[in-house]
Design a protein around this ligand. Sequence first.
Ligand code: NAD
Length: 348
Amino acid sequence: ERIGFAVVGLGRISVNQILPAFSRCKHARVTALVSGDRDKALAIARQYGISERAVFDYRTYERLADDAATQAVYIGLPNHMHAEYTVRAAQAGKHVLCEKPMANSVAECRQMIDACARAQRRLMIAYRSQYEANDRALLKMIRAKQLGTLREFISSNCQNQGDPDQWRLKRALAGGGALPDVGIYCLNAARFLSGEEPIEVIGHTWSNPADPRFREVEEAAHFILRFPSGFTATCTTSYSAHQAKFLRLAGSEAWAEMDPAYAYSGLRLRIGRLVDGRDTVQEFALESADQFARQIDHMAECIASSRQPHTPGEEGLQDMRIIEAIYQSAREGRPVRLGPPPGPLRGP
Ligand code: NAD
């Protein structure tokens, strides 16, 4: 029996990636929709064979409690709604798979974790890269010490944001600009690939004062993370540059490069090392299109077997602690120390 999910919020990520991904899932299916736009929701419901009775809006959301076919919700709403709709889902007895960034503050992340713990429901943050095949292959090589000791990580995630009126450019809705939206991929990759947690951050943010898009949120952010072993991550993110999505790792025995990294599909991984004294480069382009289905199936399996997801709420909370420290460092013009992370972050 597949785990039933309600898809909450029918914007771009839900309609273009998540709903189609369910057809590639082995352990999950869509059983309900939640949207403020009833006509759109009914059209999508027909397309996916969902009954009209299982189409809810933001006021009737709590009725999910009586929908026995739905055990979990996927939250694809703007960032400022993640906390509220996670807490309400948990109170309605549903497990939660929530989009990144987890919320707009550390305080909201803690409320979400507490609400799911109290209701004894699972909480997972949709860090799709951690379920993506090339990332998994790279992580395996790192753990097998094929790169030697990790020294440096360099990464960038940039895109152009057009419409100046969109929610992503409003502080109260998005929580910030490029950093929590796309810079978070670099931050999360530095952590999950190294398996370490940063002890210090240095941050800098920038907005062109003449650009009306960046009156409320930062256009670009640059940050350096220092880890206990001496490993260092240097990252840049921007809302006003054409697609740059890459990461590069320097290890004592090999380098690894993903370009593109973080994309929905078409990821490429290259590993360079010395073999018999000669530079060699090995190339991978594993199928990356299934990362959305893999993350949904992972959540479904965790629900079915009562296991903690690989990217639980604590993983989202830790990124939010670091994002807040980056902003603090940028404001105060000095490095900011970070204490140990809050409890176990992620599974194997
Ligand atoms: P979007 O703007 O396309 O969709 C947001 C949806 O929420 C829309 O259907 C909109 O109608 C609805 N909504 C409800 N209340 C709203 C309000 N007060 N203001 C604005 N919209 C409201 O956004 P999206 O790109 O689908 O992003 C949704 C979430 O998914 C965000 O948290 C984002 O960070 C995340 N996301 C993740 C990925 C990924 O690769 N994992 C990619 C894109 C977006």
